[in-house]
Design a protein around this ligand. Structure first.
Ligand SMILES: [Zn+2]
Ligand SMILES: [Zn+2]
Length: 293
């Protein structure tokens, strides 16, 4: 691990601790489960999903992490990164990975948002052509790892102490044999994908996580990964590789997924060009007003 990576990671840890220093703090106690809840794998107030087997246990913290979030840096995303992080905090998540299509989220911006909102923002990327290729996710990396083959891309991610996740394995975008390709983590619960109650084939010895694949803020908070980790990105990624994690929650309701299309049209299709026109329209109105006055 590079020195700069360690430095950045320490800053993320510190920024989190600034907001979450005490285990008796009422804002933080919801992160820490009573033993019976731990055994059942249930968070207070959570709806039981299809992933209720006991969690392998190690330490004192269980974090709620969403490993697959899009912002308007994706062609099909709606909300700005700041809005997504803000809403993730409101939704009770402890960490999110920002994984825009073919766009590696800047490390510096992740740090800034971590500090501002007191949740860990993991820089990531979702690679592969949106419609034509199988996708992959790289987390906790500083350089775009794209390479000719998926195995080499994964190797590059791992070389940077990041982790490669195989997203939405149930669609035609899934891989045939995850182990063979080199994945050590598969997203066996994707918030937008049907069929997530079935077991993904060929994932023995591979860690399973959940990611919302949220493209708007309102799609956050329905599913997450419980990770038995402390309070840093490095610890979260390490725990996932050790299998100290479990997908939890449910698929995003269809109405929220459909809302994405409406929001996309409003924000990106209509909102975009009209936003550009607004100053010109204002100037015209002012000119007309001046004439009228
Ligand atoms: Zn995808
Ligand atoms: Zn995605």
């Amino acid at each position: 691990m590079s020195h700069s990576f360690q430095k950045a990671d320490t800053l993320i840890r510190r920024s989190y601790q600034d907001h979450c220093t005490s285990r008796s703090c009422p804002e933080c106690t919801s992160h820490h489960l009573i033993p019976s809840q731990r055994q059942a794998g249930i968070f207070p107030g959570d709806q039981p999903g299809s992933f209720l087997a006991p969690l392998p246990f190690r330490g004192d913290f269980l974090l709620k992490v969403d490993f697959h979030v899009h912002t308007n840096l994706s062609l099909d995303g709606v909300n700005r990164p700041r809005e997504m992080v803000k809403y993730a905090k409101i939704a009770g998540l402890d960490a999110i990975a920002i994984t825009d299509h073919n766009h590696l989220f800047p490390w510096r911006e992740a740090l800034r948002l971590s500090r501002e909102f007191g949740i860990i923002v993991i820089p990531g990327i979702e690679g592969g052509h949106i419609a034509l290729e199988k996708h992959w996710i790289g987390l906790g990396i500083r350089n775009n790892p794209v390479w000719a083959t998926i195995s080499e891309t994964i190797r590059r991610i791992q070389k940077e102490s990041g982790i490669a996740v195989a997203p939405h394995p149930y669609t035609r975008l899934g891989y045939e044999n995850y182990e063979k390709v080199g994945f050590r983590v598969v997203e066996s619960l994707n918030g937008t994908e049907p069929g997530a109650s079935k077991r993904v084939p060929h994932i023995d010895g591979i860690s399973e996580v959940a990611g919302s694949d949220a493209h708007t803020a309102r799609m956050l908070g329905f599913c997450w990964t419980v990770v038995d980790a402390c309070d840093s990105m490095e610890d979260i990624l390490d725990a996932v590789l050790k299998g100290l994690c479990k997908p939890m929650g449910v698929r995003i309701p269809v109405s929220r997924c459909l809302h994405h299309y409406g929001a996309y049209v409003t924000h990106r299709v209509i909102g975009g060009p009209l936003c550009l026109l607004k100053p010109a329209l204002r100037a015209r109105d002012q000119a007309n007003g001046d004439e009228g006055g």
